[in-house]
Write a protein that binds this ligand. Structure first.
Ligand SMILES: Nc1nc2c(c(=O)[nH]1)N[C@H]1C(S)=C(S)[C@@H](COP(=O)(O)OP(=O)(O)OC[C@H]3O[C@@H](n4cnc5c(=O)[nH]c(N)nc54)[C@H](O)[C@@H]3O)O[C@H]1N2
Ligand SMILES: Nc1nc2c(c(=O)[nH]1)N[C@H]1C(S)=C(S)[C@@H](COP(=O)(O)OP(=O)(O)OC[C@H]3O[C@@H](n4cnc5c(=O)[nH]c(N)nc54)[C@H](O)[C@@H]3O)O[C@H]1N2
Ligand code: SF4
Ligand SMILES: [Mo]
Length: 678
C-alpha cells in the first residue's frame, strides 16, 4: 500500500486552514490534521473535514463539451480550443467579457487577467467579489490605505475585547470563531451585534440584537457615547489621523444619543453605553462580514467601523484592528491578482498611464493591451447584455455560477441568453453551463499546485495530491492553450505554476518578495512582502498608514438604507443567509454527504404560536411577487416579525424572493406573509 500525506489549504472559506490530503494508492481517502498552520493549528470545520469528498464525485466534468444541435456533446481538447480561438478572434475587444474565479489559485487568476487584457484586449473582467465583499476593497482603503484585513487571525486571540458585527463566524468561518473563544477564555469580553441570535451571537458576553439595516445608527450611537464619556484616544487621533473635527461634530449630534439610537435600533441604551466603554479599552478587535458588506450602504458601514477603531486608537497592534472575514477561499487573491475591471495586480489602477505602460512593456504583446480605461463590473455586464443588446457578444466564465449566484437570477439567465458565445470552465456541469456553447473540464484544488491568499493576506500553497478525472486540465493551462491558439504562445509559455508565480510577483509590489522556494520553508507569507529578505507583514499600520500622507482618515457616515415596509397584509421582514453545511450555490457541498438537509424557514416562537405553526410543518412564504414552500423551524433566535431562510438550494431559489430589493441575500429584507400548508 502506498500512503501519502499531501499538505494543502482548504478550498472553501477565506480562513485558509491547512490540512493533509490522505492519498492511498493514488486515491484520495480523507483529510488529516496539520498543526503547522497558526491559522487552524490542526483543527478543521465540517466543510474542511469533508473537502476531499466532492473530488472523486462521478459528476465531475471529464471531457470538453461542445453544443451541437442544442445538446452539449463530448469533444476533443483540440476541437474545443480551436473553436474557442476561432470565435474569440471574430469579436472586438468591447464585445468580450470574462468572469474569473476566487475558487481557483492566484496563478489561474493572474493568467485569466493577462488573457482578458492582453489577448481579448478588454478590461471587462470581474468575479463574484462584486456580489459579496467588493466594498471592502475601496472602503477600507479609503480609511487606511490597503484593501485588506489590518491584523492576523492568530492575533485575535490576544484581544481584550472582540466586537463582531454582521458575521456568523462560528458557522461561516468556524476556525476564526475558535480564536474568538480563545480570547474570551483568556478574559476578553466578546460582543456580538446581529439582527439574529445566531450560533455566533449565542456565545457572546453581550449580544446587541438590532433591527436589520440600522447599522449606521448603532455604530454612530456607540461612537457618540465614546465621545460623551471622553474615552477617545486623543494622542492617536492627533498623531495619526485626519478629519477628526468634522467627524466629531457629526457624531455628537443629538440624533445619535443612546436613547435615540435605542429607539431606532431596538437595543437598550445601557447596552450601547456598555459597548462604548468596552470598545474604548486598549486592545479591541473588530470583525465583520457580509451582514455589513452586502447592504446598499456598505461603504458607509465599513467607514464607520474604521472610524470606531481610529477613535479609540485600536489599530496597528496585535489584537486590535479591523478584520473583514472574506468569503471564498481565494477571494483576496483574485482581487490581488487584478481580476477586476479597475486594477491590474496589487491594486495598480488600469487608468494610471505609468501602470499601463509597465504592464504593456512587461507583457510585450506586439498588438498592445486593453486601453487605460476601466471595464464593466459583473452587474454592468449583465445589465448591458439586456439593455444594450448586441454590445457584449462573447463571455468566458471560469469557476463561477452566476445563474444561481447573481443578485437577480432571472435577470442573469435573460442576460446569458443574449450571448452569441459562452465558454464555461468548471469542475462540475453547474447551472451556468446550461447556457454554454463550450464547457471545459478543470482540475480542482486537490489535483493542482498553486497558491491562494486568505482573508489575512496570507499566501499559502496548494499541492497536487491526485490525478484529475478524465482529461481535466489546470485552469491556467487551458487559458494558455486558448491564448496560444490565438497566436500568443510566447506570452503564455510557462511550464509550471512556479513560473507563473514568478511573473506575477515581479509585477506586483506586495508579492515581490514571495516565491515558491520561500513558501516551501516559511509555509506561508503575509503580504506586503516587498523583497526577498522581508518576512511578510502580520500587522499593518504599526507606524504609518498606507495613505499618501501616512495618516488615516475619519469618514463620517450618515446615510442609512431602508428595508421594504411591512404592513398588515405582509407583516414580516424576510431575510436570507447561510448555513454551516452548505456553500454558496451548493454546487460542491450538495455533492458531499455532510447533512444534505432540505430547505427551511425560521420563524419566532411567538409568531409561530399566533399562526399555529410548529417545527416541521410545511409552510408557504409569500412576498409581493413570489412564493415558496419550506419546512418551518420555530426558534427564539430571530426577532418577532422576522423570517429567515438559507440561500443555498437551487430547488428553492430564495433569490427570486429577494431580488431587486437588497444587493444580495443576508441583509435587510422584504416584506412577506406566511401560510401553513395543510
Ligand atoms: N457554511 C458556509 N460558510 C461560508 C459560506 C457558505 O456558503 N456556507 N460562504 C462564504 C462566503 S462567500 C461568504 S461571503 C461568507 C459570509 O459570511 P457571513 O457574513 O458570516 O454569512 P451569513 O450567514 O450570510 O451572515 C451574515 C450575518 O449578517 C446578519 N445580518 C442580516 N442582516 C443584517 C444587517 O442589516 N446588519 C448586520 N450588521 N448584520 C445583518 C445575519 O443575521 C448573519 O448573522 O461566508 C463564507 N463561509
Ligand atoms: N443562491 C445564492 N446566491 C449567492 C450566495 C448564496 O449563498 N446563495 N452567496 C453570494 C456570495 S457571498 C458569493 S461570494 C457569490 C459566489 O458566487 P459563485 O462564485 O458564482 O458561487 P459558487 O457556488 O461558489 O460557484 C463557484 C463555481 O466554481 C466551481 N469551481 C470550484 N473549484 C473550481 C476550480 O478549481 N476550477 C474551476 N474552473 N471551477 C471551480 C464550482 O463548481 C462552482 O460552479 O454568490 C453570491 N450569491
Ligand atoms: S474554517 Fe474555512 S478554511 Fe477552515 S476548514 Fe472550515 S471552510 Fe475550510
Ligand atoms: Mo461571498
Amino acid at each position: 500500500m502506498n500512503l501519502k500525506y499531501v499538505p494543502t489549504t482548504c478550498p472553501y472559506c477565506g480562513t485558509g486552514c491547512s490540512f493533509f490530503l490522505v492519498v492511498r494508492d493514488g486515491r484520495l481517502v480523507g483529510v488529516a490534521p496539520r498543526s503547522r498552520s497558526p491559522v487552524n493549528e490542526g483543527k478543521l470545520c465540517p466543510r474542511g473535514m469533508a473537502a476531499w469528498e466532492f473530488v472523486a464525485s462521478p459528476e465531475r466534468l471529464t471531457h470538453p463539451l461542445i453544443r451541437k444541435n442544442g445538446e452539449l456533446v463530448p469533444a476533443t481538447w483540440n476541437e474545443a480550443i480551436t473553436l474557442i480561438a476561432e470565435k474569440f478572434r471574430q469579436y472586438q475587444p468591447s464585445e468580450c467579457c470574462v468572469l474569473s474565479s476566487p475558487r481557483t489559485s492566484n496563478e489561474d487568476n493572474y493568467v485569466m487577467m493577462k488573457f482578458a487584457r492582453g489577448v481579448l484586449k478588454t478590461n471587462h473582467i470581474d468575479h463574484c467579489e462584486r456580489l459579496c465583499h467588493a466594498s471592502i476593497v475601496d472602503s477600507l482603503a479609503d480609511s487606511f490605505g490597503h484593501p485588506a484585513m489590518t491584523g492576523s487571525i492568530p492575533d485575535l486571540a490576544k484581544a481584550k475585547c472582540i466586537f463582531v458585527i454582521g458575521s456568523n463566524a462560528f458557522a461561516q468561518h468556524p476556525l476564526i470563531g475558535r480564536k474568538i473563544i480563545e480570547a474570551q477564555r483568556s478574559g476578553a469580553t466578546y460582543i456580538c451585534a446581529d439582527p439574529r441570535k445566531t450560533f455566533t451571537g449565542s456565545q457572546a458576553d453581550l449580544h446587541l440584537q438590532f433591527h436589520a439595516g440600522t447599522d449606521i445608527m448603532l455604530l454612530n450611537g456607540i461612537m457618540h457615547e465614546i465621545l460623551l464619556q471622553k474615552l477617545e484616544n486623543t494622542e492617536f487621533i492627533a498623531e495619526r489621523t485626519n478629519g477628526f473635527d468634522e467627524f466629531r461634530e457629526i457624531i455628537l449630534q443629538p440624533e445619535y444619543s443612546a436613547e435615540n439610537v435605542a429607539e431606532s435600533c431596538g437595543v437598550p441604551a445601557e447596552k450601547i453605553r456598555a459597548t462604548a466603554k468596552l470598545m474604548a479599552l486598549p486592545g479591541c478587535a473588530v470583525i465583520y462580514s457580509s451582514g455589513i458588506t452586502k447592504q446598499g450602504n456598505s461603504a458607509e458601514n465599513i467607514h464607520s467601523l474604521a472610524n470606531l477603531q481610529l477613535l479609540t486608537g485600536n489599530v496597528g497592534r496585535a489584537g486590535t484592528g479591523v478584520h473583514p472575514l472574506r468569503g471564498q477561499n481565494n477571494i483576496q487573491g483574485a482581487c490581488d491578482m487584478g481580476a477586476q475591471p479597475f486594477y491590474f495586480t496589487g491594486y495598480q489602477r488600469v487608468e494610471d498611464a505609468d501602470v499601463h505602460k509597465k504592464f504593456e512593456e512587461a507583457w510585450s504583446f506586439s498588438d498592445g493591451i486593453a486601453p487605460a480605461k476601466t471595464g464593466y463590473e459583473i452587474t454592468e455586464m449583465m445589465d448591458s447584455l439586456i439593455s444594450k443588446s448586441g454590445e457584449l457578444k462573447a463571455m468566458y466564465i471560469m469557476g463561477e455560477n452566476p445563474v444561481l449566484s447573481d443578485l437577480d437570477i432571472n435577470h442573469a439567465k435573460a442576460a446569458l441568453e443574449q450571448l452569441e458565445f459562452l465558454v464555461v470552465q468548471d469542475i462540475f456541469l453547474n447551472e451556468t453551463a446550461g447556457f454554454a456553447d463550450v464547457v471545459l473540464p478543470a482540475v480542482c484544488f486537490a489535483e493542482r499546485d498553486g497558491t491562494q491568499t486568505n482573508t489575512e493576506r496570507r499566501v499559502q500553497r496548494w499541492h497536487k495530491a491526485c490525478e484529475p478525472p478524465g482529461e481535466a486540465k489546470a485552469d491556467w493551462e487551458i487559458i494558455a492553450s486558448i491564448a496560444s491558439a490565438m497566436g500568443y504562445a510566447e506570452q503564455f509559455s510557462w511550464k509550471t505554476y512556479a513560473e507563473v508565480f514568478d511573473e506575477l510577483a515581479s509585477l506586483t509590489p506586495p508579492y515581490a518578495g514571495i516565491s515558491y522556494d520561500r513558501l516551501a520553508s516559511a509555509d506561508s507569507i503575509q503580504w506586503p512582502c516587498p523583497s526577498g529578505d522581508h518576512s511578510g507583514t502580520q500587522i499593518l499600520y504599526t507606524d504609518t498608514f498606507a495613505t499618501a500622507d501616512g495618516r488615516a482618515v475619519f469618514l463620517p457616515a450618515v446615510r442609512q438604507i431602508e428595508n421594504e415596509k411591512t404592513d398588515e397584509q405582509y407583516p414580516f421582514l424576510f431575510t436570507t443567509g447561510r448555513c454551516i453545511f452548505h456553500w454558496d450555490t451548493g454546487s460542491m457541498t450538495r455533492k458531499s454527504s455532510a447533512a444534505n438537509t432540505g430547505n427551511w424557514l425560521e420563524i419566532n416562537t411567538a409568531d409561530a404560536k399566533k399562526l399555529e405553526i410548529s417545527t416541521g410543518d410545511s409552510v408557504r412564504l409569500i412576498t409581493h411577487d413570489a412564493e415558496i414552500s419550506a419546512t418551518a423551524r420555530v426558534t427564539e433566535e430571530i426577532l418577532p416579525g422576522t423570517l429567515f431562510m438559507p440561500s443555498h438550494y437551487v430547488e428553492f431559489t430564495t433569490k427570486e424572493l429577494v431580488q431587486n430589493t437588497m444587493p444580495t441575500p443576508g441583509c435587510g429584507g422584504r416584506s412577506a406573509k406566511i401560510e401553513k400548508i395543510i
